[in-house]
Design a protein around this ligand. Structure first.
Ligand SMILES: Cc1cc2nc3c(=O)[nH]c(=O)nc-3n(C[C@H](O)[C@H](O)[C@H](O)COP(=O)(O)OP(=O)(O)OC[C@H]3O[C@@H](n4cnc5c(N)ncnc54)[C@H](O)[C@@H]3O)c2cc1C
Ligand code: FES
Length: 343
């Protein structure tokens, strides 16, 4: 137990091998899959342990009050159960070679990749400054509260600051309130010249991005990882309420299922122009493209585009080889012309 709602799960090799069959870079995540109620559900979880540990990986998972997979893991997983997992994947990584200091800004369960990075750098006696800035609601929500002081004792270059947004009625003596521009620039000298990583709840990430923009720091200076937004409950084929207006967008053909349909242009308020993603259309048709994050990070929804052209706002999960071979992310892909995909 890390907090009343967050637990760390330690995964060991399923074979008799002592060591894991893979290595990873600090900051990467695993895509785990569970069969729940007859449906396969994929979710991504950042590895919170250090890559120096070759015998296990730790995933630190918050139980979401109405979450399908996190509650399944918390309620039903037993020691010794087998887990199906893909990866490790992800580009939200830092090994110490990329810069000579780092600012790790996290909130809530977004602390997990930062923990892996800090553990790794500490074990390597990396000489750079690590500014570890964490925000949570109350002392009870402080994930790794007992493990961070241990790292601090080992690493004098690890500068930890924790701020709590709702510490009233507790004995918290540290910083209070949300992260502000003045507080951040005081805490991190020469903020603009340092490599910064950010992961946390959407509101926290938006406000830190706004601070960086206000300070005139270019947006590509700040590496971010989004853990995904509240997801629409996927439609089940045949039960979806039919849209009132006919679809008028480009035609998408799902060649393996021999199904085609036009994209709806009016699905999302605020899209410019409003257009349905290939994943959303596939859910209406019951195609069964797998997904996890729905924000372009995990790569579970990769599919081959055999003809046509799409826009993809986020392409984090695609590598150069994917792009060269017309692999697209169905959750991000919005058709610009008629499209065919191998799904
Ligand atoms: C790269 C990456 C790394 C990640 N790393 C971590 C990590 O280290 N630790 C971690 O805990 N998570 C992590 N996540 C998030 C994780 O993948 C899951 O999204 C999270 O566990 C929620 O999954 P779930 O199935 O429990 O919730 P889902 O069923 O997917 O629900 C998502 C949200 O919607 C809410 N919800 C569901 N149904 C309803 C409903 N009917 N009405 C209202 N609200 C509803 C849930 O409470 C939840 O907040 C990561 C995500 C990504 C993309
Ligand atoms: S579902 Fe994760 S990249 Fe599309």
């Amino acid at each position: 137990m890390e907090t009343p709602t967050v637990k760390t799960f330690r995964l060991l090799p399923s074979s008799d091998d002592r060591f894991l069959p893979f290595t990873f870079v600090p900051g990467q995540f695993l895509n785990v899959a569970f069969w729940i109620g007859g449906a396969k559900m994929n979710r991504s979880y950042s590895i919170s342990s250090s890559p120096n540990e070759r015998e296990f990986v730790d995933l630190t998972i918050r139980r979401e009050p109405r979450g399908a997979v996190s509650r399944h893991i918390d309620d039903l997983l037993k020691v010794g159960d087998l887990i199906e997992s893909g990866g490790p994947v992800g580009k939200f990584t830092f090994t110490g070679k990329e810069a000579d200091s780092i600012v790790l800004l996290s909130g809530g369960v977004g602390i997990t990749p930062m923990m892996s990075i800090s553990r790794y750098l500490t074990e390597r006696s990396w000489p750079g400054d690590i500014f570890f800035i964490y925000s949570c609601r109350t002392p009870a929500d402080f994930i790794f509260a007992d493990k961070i002081p241990v790292l601090q004792r080992l690493n004098p270059k690890l500068h930890v600051t924790v701020t709590m947004s709702k510490p009233d009625g507790t004995d918290w003596k540290g910083a209070r309130g949300r992260i502000t521009k003045e507080w951040l620039t005081q805490l991190v000298p020469d903020l603009a010249s340092r490599r910064c990583h950010l992961c946390g709840p959407p509101a926290m990430m938006d406000s830190v991005k706004a601070i960086f923009a206000e300070l005139g720091i270019p947006s590509d200076h700040l590496k971010t990882e989004t853990f995904g937004a509240v997801k629409p409950i996927p439609a089940i084929a045949g039960t979806t309420a039919k849209p009132t207006a006919p679809a008028t967008g480009p035609l998408v053909t799902f060649s393996k299922n021999s199904k085609s349909a036009k994209v709806r242009m009016d699905l999302k308020v605020g899209d410019s122009p409003p257009r349905q993603s290939i994943l959303e259309l596939s859910e209406e048709l019951g195609i069964g493209i797998e997904f996890s994050c729905r924000v372009g990070t995990c790569g579970i929804c990769k599919v081959k585009m055999t003809s046509g052209d799409v826009d993809m706002e986020v392409q984090d999960a695609l590598d150069a080889n994917d792009k060269a071979t017309n692999i697209i992310l169905a959750c991000q892909a919005k058709p610009k012309s008629d499209v065919a995909v191998a799904a």
